[in-house]
Design a binder for this molecule. Structure first.
Ligand code: AMP
Length: 378
């Protein structure tokens, strides 16, 4: 069988079971040699790695322990694909040699998160073993210790990998045959990309919530992503805290990679609201490139325009209950200055790009919301 149908897509043979197993043999041999005497624990990441893990571990000849873990998104935080928790791990890793067994390393963000979480459990060492690696897509510094096969950036199914939940049971690996190969790219092309723009306190968060409730949109709030990183005590959170507490912006490069990661984690939906991004011209340029690489662009930029004295009053008032370290008078002044200097030039940038929409952000919330909806439905 050289082609298969999985749901609405046709896929053609990419790697036969024999080709895969030849490489699995090689990796199993290396693992058995390298880890002899270390009694490693293999942590197999579900769901995708189940077939690889099974074939691999049948060939590993040294004493070892095997466990299965899974990443799940935190409830209620669908806007931030980065925020995941590791479930299924109920033994100590203290002093152990841990081998993460994964089906595919793509951007590397998920793997990086996993390594960070496991490191906190004081293992002697962590090694990464993946069946597939897309070297062209790796965006974070990661040492991949064992890799069965390097593959180009194609959408694939089979041997544990799925297309919308199906296709995992095929013993071979197949790639999509249509010209538009990547399913998620096809979906992304149909999605609206709304930049909800405005100074701190202009109501972006409030209006985003209402938009998400009305339309089938996902919401990316870069501020929320960063605050969660801080709450979770991650490396990123530690870096971000200094900037946020001082009313400054996080460096563009960091923000852009965070954003791409969150965006790519979204499944099928009508659109995405970008709240708090872009905040600088380089970020707007990077967003344009990121979307164009996925065959799409910003649909509308919506500028919630609110006078500065009102912003100041709203933020000071919010600071009484928000618990946000940056909602105090001194930091608010800095944030508004940063907005005027670095962010507001984006109004002209988006006017030139033909995407700019002015909304009076002062007054009744319902009226403002209706004005935004009118732009989205025009
Ligand atoms: P916000 O919740 O949108 O007001 O963001 C709070 C803080 O997070 C900002 O003052 C910045 O320090 C940081 N931040 C959020 N989004 C960005 C971004 N796109 N670029 C740089 N820094 C950001």
């Amino acid at each position: 069988m050289t082609t298969i149908q999985v749901k609405d897509r046709e896929f053609s043979m990419f790697l036969s079971q024999a080709q895969i197993l030849e490489q699995v043999d090689r990796v199993a041999l290396s693992l058995s040699q390298d880890l002899a005497g270390k009694d490693p624990i293999f942590l197999c990441v579900l769901n995708g790695s189940f077939m690889f893990a099974s074939d691999l571990l049948k060939r590993v000849t040294i004493p070892c322990e095997i466990s299965f873990v899974k990443f799940s998104s935190y409830q209620g935080l669908s806007s931030t694909g980065k925020l995941k928790e590791l479930i299924g791990l109920n033994q100590s890793l203290e002093g152990r040699t841990v081998v993460i067994v994964e089906d595919l390393v793509d951007t590397g963000f998920t793997m990086q998160q996993m390594v960070q979480k496991l490191q906190a459990m004081n293992p002697a060492e962590i090694r990464i073993c993946t069946m597939l690696l897309k070297p062209g897509k790796l965006q974070v510094p990661l040492t991949i210790d064992y890799c069965a096969l390097e593959i180009p950036n194609e959408f694939i199914v089979g041997y544990g990998l799925d297309y919308d939940g199906f296709g995992r049971n095929y013993p071979n690996i197949y790639q999509v045959v249509e010209k538009e190969k990547n399913n998620s790219d096809i979906e992304k092309r149909k999605m609206k990309n709304i930049v909800l723009f405005g100074a701190p306190g202009s109501g972006k968060g409030t209006q985003s919530d209402r938009l998400v409730a009305k339309y089938n949109y996902q919401h990316i709030s870069t501020g929320d992503v960063l605050r969660n990183e801080i709450k979770n005590g991650t490396e990123l959170g530690k870096t971000a805290k200094g900037y946020i507490d001082n009313g400054q912006l996080i460096p563009d490069e960091l923000m852009v990679s965070i954003l791409a990661n969150v965006y790519d984690s979204f499944g099928k939906c009508e659109g995405v609201i970008f709240d708090g991004f872009p905040r600088t011209i380089p970020q707007a340029e990077a967003l344009k490139i990121m979307l164009s690489n996925r065959g799409t662009d910003v649909t509308e930029m919506i500028d919630l325009d609110v006078p500065e004295d009102e912003l100041m009053a709203r933020l000071i008032n919010r600071g009484k209950t928000s618990g946000r370290a940056d909602d105090n008078e001194e930091t608010i002044k800095k944030r508004l200055a940063v907005y005027n200097e670095q962010t507001s030039p984006l109004k002209i940038w988006y006017q030139e790009d033909g995407k700019y929409n002015h909304i009076n952000g002062l007054g009744d919330m319902e009226t403002i919301f209706n004005d935004i909806c009118a732009v989205l439905e025009k």
